[in-house]
Ligand binder design. Structure first.
Ligand code: SGN
Ligand code: CA
Length: 547
């Protein structure tokens, strides 16, 4: 073979190798890339506003069936001891987004706007190649950062024909808020998102927040139902401290006729002063209801008629006990009707995930910004470290990772969400986040989990519902907390012996060593989370100067 021919053959051979290698590259790289992106899970974070775990059938509710939320529990993990670190709306949201306690992220109450220099986890997801979106209630006083698309309710938002803040300006959408937020969510998943990127979606309901306006259909359906009463409905707050006795959340004394129970102002005017010491917010009936158009009103009116007629006829002759019972039923009818819509709509989204093939690689989380009293201790609303407001529902589904139908009773907090999502997505968390990733629990590696106490600190006071400031420590067995603003009172509850928290045993000598031990641990927790008497003073000053 000539030298020239030899060279030609070698060159051809070399070329073949290059072509082969480059083909290999394409072949090898392509599936790798795909695998890598399909491995990164999507996250669908569903949060409702004020949804008590007592109103989810997966949590054993005697009040309502929530088949769609239950689907998540059947196919995923239900946390029976999930709680918040400050049981109030915007502070809880700030904690979720920043992975920091409210004394660190600065959003201690609902009033002051969120500090947008704080890093939120959607920003980190966005920087790491995720497409991010948020639909529904944020309640920050400013727009979300780190989301490619958003449509949020201004402030608390409205149930009927709600307004939305969008990137392109403000708009009003006809219909019922829970259905609309779901439409926006499904629409984005279906049409607007980039199918080549994993997504992190925050689907945030306004419901079932006060004043509990259901959709017309659910209003009708639920207004004739009767619900079992909690055993502590007629609590007299004996054996509790000043804070429980002075809080303004009692159904009989503080729940409003028009605003809450849907008694028309005209009915009240006709009847004279039915109860002088129950204050009514101005325009609190027609504020939300006045947004309905004629067609919507035609659906609501017959139900309102029957509620108002019953009230007019019976209220003047009712005993206080009967009034309490009637208010409780009215409250549950509307609150649970709102939840029924949330559950239906969660079902719509889950169906879409399945139909579109997204379900397999999507982590779905269902939670609430805090718990809520459904008549326990005679109360509605939240804020206290007592269980019904402190605990919050938390259910997580992640096919092929979480064992279906599992129940986890470790103490977990909304503080942990950001780090959990980041770890699930393979993204490193900033070192200053204060939670713990829940991944070991989700993946059934409980040996890697060693938390035995959580920290709580509530600030907003004095304000609506008058719940005094307090901070405390909670373990599976005990709850120790301190009211420190205008009283100096401690309470201790034995969670195992007294699950309804009826007896403050702080001064019981039998618990003296428990008190000492927990006080020491509480002090350590305050140091660990960088809370202190100095910070307490700082926030008291900020709060007082703001008033
Ligand atoms: C409103 C409610 C209160 C509720 C706070 C905070 N009254 O003031 O009942 O505690 O919001 O709720 S209402 O007039 O709006 O019905 S939060 O969920 O936003 O923190
Ligand atoms: Ca809330």
């Amino acid at each position: 073979m000539s030298k020239k021919n030899k060279l030609r053959i070698s060159l051809t051979f070399l070329l073949l190798i290059i072509v082969f290698a480059s083909c290999q590259n394409v072949k090898v790289e392509e599936p790798n890339k795909k695998q890598a992106s399909s491995k990164r899970p999507n996250i669908l974070f569903i949060m409702s506003d004020d949804h008590a775990y007592q109103a989810i059938s997966a949590y054993g509710s005697q009040l309502i069936k929530t088949p769609n939320i239950d689907r998540l529990a059947d196919e995923g993990m239900l946390f029976s001891n999930a709680c918040v670190s400050n049981s109030i709306c915007a502070p809880s949201r700030a904690t979720i987004l920043t992975g920091k306690h409210t004394h660190i992220n600065g959003k201690i109450d609902n009033r002051m706007p969120f500090d947008t220099t704080q890093v939120t986890f959607p920003q980190i997801f966005q920087k790491n190649g995720y497409e991010t979106a948020m639909f529904g209630k944020l309640h920050f006083g400013n727009n979300p950062k780190g989301v490619d698309e958003f449509m949020i309710l201004p402030g608390q938002g409205h149930y009927i024909n709600p307004d939305f803040i969008t990137k392109k300006g403000d708009t009003t959408i006809q219909g019922y808020v829970t259905d609309i937020i779901t439409d926006l969510t499904i629409n984005w998943l279906k049409k607007d998102r980039d199918p080549d990127k994993p997504f992190m979606m925050m689907y945030l309901h306004k419901a079932p927040h006060r004043p509990w306006w259901p959709s017309p259909e659910k209003f009708k359906e639920f207004s004739t139902k009767t619900f079992p009463e909690p055993t502590t409905l007629f609590d007299d707050y004996k054996n509790r401290g000043t804070a429980a006795k002075t809080a303004e959340m009692n159904l009989l004394y503080h729940m409003m006729y028009s605003h809450d129970s849907k008694i028309r102002p005209e009915t009240l005017a006709e009847m004279g002063n039915v109860r002088p010491n129950v204050k009514e917010y101005k325009n609190s009936f027609y504020g939300p209801y006045g947004r309905a158009d004629a067609k919507q009103k035609a659906q609501y009116e017959p139900v309102l008629d029957s509620i108002n007629n019953f009230f007019k006829k019976n209220w003047p002759n009712m005993t206080d006990e009967e009034k309490m019972k009637w208010k409780y039923q009215r409250y549950m009818q509307d609150y649970l009707a709102c939840i029924s819509s949330v559950d239906d709509n969660v079902g719509r989204v889950l169906d879409y995930l399945e139909k579109s093939g997204l379900a397999e690689n999507t982590i779905v989380v269902y939670t609430s910004d805090q718990g809520f009293y459904l008549g326990e201790h005679g109360w509605f609303d939240k804020r206290f470290i007592y269980d019904e407001s402190f605990k919050t529902p938390l259910i997580v589904r992640w096919p092929n990772n979480i064992k279906p139908g599992s129940v986890e009773n470790e103490m977990v907090q909304n503080l942990d969400f950001a780090q959990t999502f980041l770890e699930a997505a393979g993204i490193e968390s900033p070192g200053d986040m204060q939670g713990e990733s829940l991944m070991p629990l989700l993946l059934g590696e409980k040996g890697k989990w060693d938390r035995d106490a959580v920290y709580y600190h509530y600030y907003e006071y004095p304000s609506v519902h008058m719940v005094k400031r307090h901070y405390g420590i909670v373990t599976k067995e005990f709850k120790l907390f301190h009211f420190y603003y205008d009283v100096d009172e401690w309470e201790l509850y034995d969670r195992l012996k007294d699950p309804n928290e009826m007896n403050n045993v702080y001064n019981d000598p039998a618990y003296a060593s428990t008190v000492n031990k927990l006080k020491k641990e509480l002090k350590e927790l305050r140091v660990k989370y960088k809370d202190s008497p100095e910070l307490d003073k700082k926030y008291i000053n900020i709060y007082n100067n703001k008033k």
